[in-house]
Design a protein around this ligand. Structure first.
Ligand code: HEC
Ligand code: HEC
Ligand code: HEC
Ligand code: HEC
Ligand code: HEC
Ligand code: HEC
Length: 217
């Protein structure tokens, strides 16, 4: 019981923190904000340290940056760079790639476009919007492994009818064909693959049953 209450407290604190964080992330156009604007914001009561730090970053002068594949990515993408040191992330097993971002983000032309006209105080993306890290990237190193065999007894994906599905051996159909490694194996975030995988399925199997056309057309 005690540990349950503790877990609940942690959940509540997390929710409060999340609310504060979201409030700090409300859509705005602060990338062009003046320095005094950002200073006022960082002094706002109730803001987390993290937000204040982010705002200070934003107070850096808007110096235009010429992006190349050889740029030091960590200057702007500190979160992704430090994810390689966090044992909870997919990046951790790839620590040797922490300074070789382009090994996975290999679409140099698209990235060059994404970074066109950015400044030092521009807000880095929290999601891939214009590029993707496709299955072929992962398979270029992991190609010889028998994933389906390795997870043959996995019970991570089980629906409310008790149907168990091997995450590496989904029934073949057009929709399943769009699912890639990184949908379940988050690289920079600490979302466990079990949770990410379950979320992928529920995205379409909205009723929690791994079927279609049984309840409606
Ligand atoms: C001067 C700061 C800066 C540097 C240096 C930088 N980036 Fe970015 N990056 C950004 C910003 C800002 C965005 C968001 C652009 C947008 O969404 O309009 C971004 C977006 C991205 C994205 C998301 C692309 C998408 O699909 O939306 C990736 C991936 C990325 N950067 C990788 C890199 C890599 C790899 C390097 C190093 C070779 C790098 N960046 C260097 C600022 C930077
Ligand atoms: C440049 C080569 C390379 C690329 C590209 C690469 N990996 Fe890896 N990966 C490795 C190495 C090396 C390890 C550590 C040794 C091992 O466990 O196989 C590893 C480990 C892993 C592990 C941990 C295995 C475990 O037992 O938990 C997973 C999962 C993984 N990679 C998935 C991916 C995914 C998903 C991608 C694509 C987004 C990817 N890898 C891209 C080389 C690579
Ligand atoms: C539908 C979600 C999903 C997809 C897509 C997926 N995986 Fe996995 N993968 C998982 C889950 C879940 C596990 C852990 C299963 C368990 O522990 O029961 C796992 C385990 C692994 C492991 C560790 C296996 C071991 O020996 O323990 C590796 C390596 C891996 N996946 C690589 C990949 C690569 C590479 C791809 C793309 C070709 C991929 N996965 C696609 C969900 C997925
Ligand atoms: C092992 C492959 C791999 C490497 C190496 C890698 N990334 Fe990523 N990156 C991904 C994948 C896959 C995503 C999609 C989101 C996820 O899985 O966390 C992503 C997402 C991103 C995004 C979008 C925002 C986000 O966090 O989701 C940025 C920006 C980014 N990466 C920058 C970098 C930078 C900078 C480096 C080097 C320090 C780097 N990546 C190294 C695979 C990789
Ligand atoms: C993009 C949407 C989408 C996603 C994501 C998705 N599915 Fe499906 N799934 C479908 C559709 C559509 C069908 C029915 C296809 C058909 O019968 O032609 C289906 C059918 C199935 C079936 C039944 C196949 C059969 O022949 O009886 C299983 C089992 C299943 N999905 C498991 C999963 C699991 C597990 C996941 C998560 C890893 C998942 N699906 C993710 C769309 C999706
Ligand atoms: C266990 C029963 C069940 C299964 C299996 C099921 N659905 Fe549904 N679905 C429902 C019900 C019930 C509704 C209506 C719910 C509502 O309107 O809130 C619905 C509504 C929908 C709607 C919205 C329809 C509309 O006209 O607004 C879509 C789209 C949909 N389902 C797609 C799917 C897909 C795709 C699959 C398979 C991946 C699937 N459903 C599997 C029960 C199911």
């Amino acid at each position: 019981m005690k540990s349950q209450r503790r877990a609940l407290t942690i959940v509540l604190i997390t929710m409060i923190l999340a609310t504060v964080t979201f409030a700090g992330c409300a859509p705005d156009s602060r990338s062009g904000a003046s320095v005094s604007d950002a200073d006022a914001k960082s002094a706002a009561p109730g803001e987390s340290d993290e937000d204040a730090a982010a705002d200070q970053d934003e107070a850096a002068p808007s110096v235009a940056v010429e992006w190349t594949a050889q740029s030091d990515c960590s200057i702007c993408h500190g979160t992704e760079h430090s994810s390689f040191e966090d044992g909870q992330t997919g990046a951790f097993a790839h620590a040797q790639m922490a300074d070789d971002c382009m090994a996975c983000h290999e679409d140099e032309a698209a990235l060059s476009e994404v970074h066109e006209g950015i400044t030092m105080d521009a807000k880095p993306a929290k999601k891939l919007k214009k590029t993707e890290v496709g299955e072929e990237v992962c398979l270029s190193c992991h190609g010889d492994e028998d994933f389906a065999g390795a997870t043959a007894s996995s019970e991570v994906l089980v629906d409310s009818n008790g149907t168990v599905v091997n995450p590496h051996e989904l029934p073949e159909n057009e929709e399943h064909g769009q699912i890639v490694c990184a949908d379940c194996h988050k690289v920079h975030s600490s979302t466990p693959r079990e949770n990410a995988a379950q979320a992928v399925c529920v995205g379409c199997h909205h009723s929690g049953v791994y079927e279609c056309y049984t309840c409606h057309e």
